[in-house]
Design a protein around this ligand. Structure first.
Ligand code: HEM
Length: 175
């Protein structure tokens, strides 16, 4: 049977990806706790997730980029600037991380002579990203709270309804 891609399903996917990226970023900020291998592989995976994230929001990116100098609201403009900064800072972390890599790069047979310039930049970009990410989350706070509430309310309602009228096996359909 055909399964429809509803907006709710898409929102759920966005929320899950955003949440997973945020958690992975938190772990990445503490390499001394996680160990270097986890730090490097997880961060590289995070880079891949960022590309997915950008593709999922591509329509929004194109729309605001077009309207940036025209009719866009100031919030949308601020969002766009902040997201661009976030992207630049994050890309810097990944590139500099690769330059100082002690696990992932040697794993594929490449070794680069250590240069403290890259480490300094890696630290700076990481600190900047924490600040920008804080602002990014603050700007999206109502979306985050409302969406999470709606999704929980919806799944609780559906679970209650199908519990009352259908056998437990048919509960998969919703989000
Ligand atoms: C979300 C992405 C990342 C964040 C937030 C991040 C953050 C950090 C932080 C805060 C440190 C500690 C610096 C210090 O000792 O003061 C560090 C160290 C390090 N990072 Fe990353 N990093 C990220 C991605 C990467 C990637 C993709 C790689 C390599 C593939 C990498 C390789 C390293 C290495 C090798 C060190 C240890 C440097 C040393 O102390 O000798 N990082 N990172």
């Amino acid at each position: 049977m055909e399964t429809k891609r509803t907006p709710v399903r898409r929102t759920t996917i966005n929320l899950l990806i955003d949440g997973a990226m945020f958690l992975a970023f938190l772990v990445a900020t503490a390499p001394h706790l996680s160990g270097l291998a986890i730090h490097e592989w997880l961060s590289l995976a995070l880079g891949a997730a960022l590309i997915t994230h950008l593709l999922l929001h591509w329509n929004w990116i194109v729309q605001v980029a077009r309207r940036f100098f025209g009719k866009a609201s100031w919030t949308a403009r601020l969002n766009y600037l902040l997201n661009s900064l976030l992207f630049i800072a994050f890309a810097t972390i990944i590139v500099t991380g690769i330059m100082i890599s002690e696990v992932a790069l040697p794993f594929i047979g490449i070794s680069i002579a250590r240069d403290d310039f890259w480490l300094g930049l890696h630290r700076m970009a990481s600190d900047a990203t924490i600040v920008i990410l804080g602002l990014h989350i603050a700007l999206h706070w109502s979306w985050l709270v409302n969406t999470t509430r709606r999704l929980f309310a919806r799944s609780t309602r559906k679970a209650g309804r199908s519990g009352a009228t259908q056998p437990a096996t048919s509960q998969e359909s919703t989000l």
